[in-house]
Design a protein around this ligand. Structure first.
Ligand code: PLP
Length: 224
């Protein structure tokens, strides 16, 4: 299957899942996750009408997207991987949406950079719904307070929450938890669902789905 064919199928599946969930057409936005894949694959996806991309690493995204962004100014780039505060400068300069705000240190670093640069990416808070020790994200019980602190202490606008359910867990309860926390925190966007579970996520209220391998194929981390 080509990238264009895969995108066509996924768009149709998203549309079907929106209908099934009784949600309006276009309420879910597809982020094409291009991590480990080359610029040529990104350009193939753009040729098929995809202008929203997700990357995990600041450096990889900067190298891959600098000329693509110059060619396609309306392209939207999302940071979906963990962020270190010493990368806040580059992240604010490069990304349009950052999904991985998860502690005060990052919130403060982003707030400072946004003031300095006069560039204001949308910010989502990552929630560690499975409370996995090795995974980024704030604990569910701390989420509502953290969003409040982002707003009141750091002066940030928080537009959404993001989660990555534990591998091997049924994802639906994690998506339901994220939806509930988003409601309580008063944020609009739910960034949830990947290649294997984005239909489920749409049923639970996802507004952004992050799909990589179903578009670009199997990822070879060894070669990346
Ligand atoms: C890699 C990644 C994705 C995409 O995963 P696929 O299973 O390839 O669709 C989505 N979200 C995050 C945070 C990722 O790191």
């Amino acid at each position: 299957m080509t990238i264009s064919e895969a995108l066509g199928r996924i768009r149709a599946t998203i549309q079907g899942a929106e209908e099934e969930a009784g949600r309006s057409a276009g309420s879910v936005t597809l982020i094409a996750v291009s991590k480990t894949f080359p610029e040529a694959d990104v350009r193939a996806a753009i040729a098929a009408g995809q202008l929203i991309f997700g990357e995990n690493r600041v450096q990889e995204a900067a190298a891959k997207f600098s000329s693509v962004k110059a060619d396609f100014p309306s392209l939207e780039l999302h940071l979906i991987g963990p962020l270190q505060s010493n990368k806040a400068h580059e992240a604010v300069a490069l990304f349009d949406v950052i999904h991985s705000v998860d502690r005060d240190k990052i919130a403060a670093a982003l707030a400072k950079e946004m003031q300095v640069q006069g560039r204001f990416p949308k910010l989502f808070v990552q929630v560690n719904t499975g409370e996995e020790p090795q995974k980024a994200g704030i604990a569910p019980r701390e989420t509502v307070d953290f969003v409040k602190r982002c707003r009141e202490v750091h002066g940030l606008t928080i537009d959404g929450l993001m989660c990555i359910p534990p591998a091997g867990d049924p994802p639906a309860p994690h998506f339901a938890l994220l939806d509930e926390l988003a409601r309580r925190a008063g944020v609009v966007h739910r960034s949830m669902g990947m290649s294997s579970d984005y239909e489920t996520a749409i049923g639970q209220g996802a507004t952004y789905v992050r799909v990589g391998s179903a578009i670009f194929g199997h990822r070879d981390y060894g070669a990346a």
